[in-house]
Design a protein around this ligand. Sequence first.
Ligand code: NAD
Length: 474
Amino acid sequence: MTPFGTLVYNINLLKIMQHIANIINAQKALYKTQKTKDLSYRIQLLKALKKEIISKELSIFDALHNDFKKSVFESYVSEYALVISELNLAIKNLKKWAKPKRVRASLLTFPSKDYIYKEPYGNVLVIAPWNYPFLLGLEPLIMAIAAGNTVVLKPSEHAQHTSKILSEIIKTIFTEDIVACVQGGVETSTELLAQKWDYIFFTGSTHVGKIVAKAAAKHLTPVTLELGGKSPCIIDDTVNLNLIAKRLAWGKFFNCGQTCIAPDYVIVKSQIKEQLIEALKKAIIKMYGENAQKSDDFPRVINNTHTLRLSNLIKNENVIFGGNMVIDQNYIAPTLIDEPNLESPLMSEETFGPILPILSYNTHHDIENIIANSQKPLALYVFSKNKKFTDSILKTYNFGGGVVNDLLVHFGNHRLPFGGIGASGMGNYHGKYGFDTFSHHKSVMKRGTWIDPSFRYPPYKSKITLLKKIFKYL
Ligand code: NAD
């Protein structure tokens, strides 16, 4: 960088720092007023957000299309509709969720009335990724507002059109002291993370998740980390191949394979591998045509860096279908790879693109060996009609969440908590789980003064026998 370039960079950084400081001061001041504790106020905010989003429906689809050629169907089902249903759920249930919950008293402290209060943490930071940029920015934001927090959202710099519309929506209905959208890249994120927050909700890569956790640890800030990983899809020889191939092609190539819970690779019983490959090829062609580049339904890789990364991943692999790409248009065809080496880059990092490695197994030990190659995944899928087989897979492996005989669909049920384990994350959200994530569960015991047995007070002499008896009944 030239000295002039460095000067401009530093001036911009100072502006970012000042902007962030102003927002945080304003949000801290607003939170102190207790305004966000008012449930009607929160519902009013959520209703305004919903109205604004509905009014911008078409612009949202345009933004997603401009970012990575996402079709209206996929944008609707995997971003827009999920955001609206999360808003509807929060608006409808907020009063019930927020109500202090009475729990049974303990014999040890009888008589008392015991409650769990759902209290907002305070000032929350949400950092979002680019792959479902609308959904993954707004879903945590909705539940953070519902729980009574102020929020700063940092959307991804790689989905610029969607980040812009997110920022417009937020600016139109919220003042910055309640909800603000701060756009920017790594410097902005770094500056945000240097601040003291009451809660940080991060969705992104495991690598950046560690940076977030480290920054949060400095202030002992609680975090939710929604991260990625290599999610396996195990297929035995009892399945209906044509159906499985359809579901697999859909689940893998949806959003061009850029889904955190996409099946990263397949482990299939060796006897049916060739048949599965043939069925998969047919299913892909049926969905996207002979040339997926011409399909309106097949999105692009988000940017050139990722396109190049993906092209490098398959350089030395046995490509058995697809493999063609137009790098400057961020196009990579749906691609199948036969039996990659477990040590290869393709099997060492999260693929996160339209590339499906297919490995075969004969024994449980083979499956174990392949899965042991990566860390605890965000998702795991098993296709089989054999209950004993599916049960043993579900029991053996640690993973965030999964599905038997389908893919991705567990994301769609707000009654199931969504989150990772180990390297794929910590904490969870969706529906009420999201509300709970952004609420501190404050235990309160209410006691009367009408009775005060002397038992607990010294002198303790001769009271231990009775104490032991009481503990037996607890
Ligand atoms: P990323 O980690 O590169 O970026 C996520 C966010 O962090 C962005 O807003 C980015 O600006 C910010 N960031 C990047 N580098 C940073 C740094 N050094 N310091 C501070 N902030 C930084 O992730 P991505 O590429 O946007 O998204 C893809 C990843 O996210 C994949 O690994 C995918 O599996 C994961 N993901 C997980 C979920 C989930 O729900 N578990 C959902 C979607 C994506």
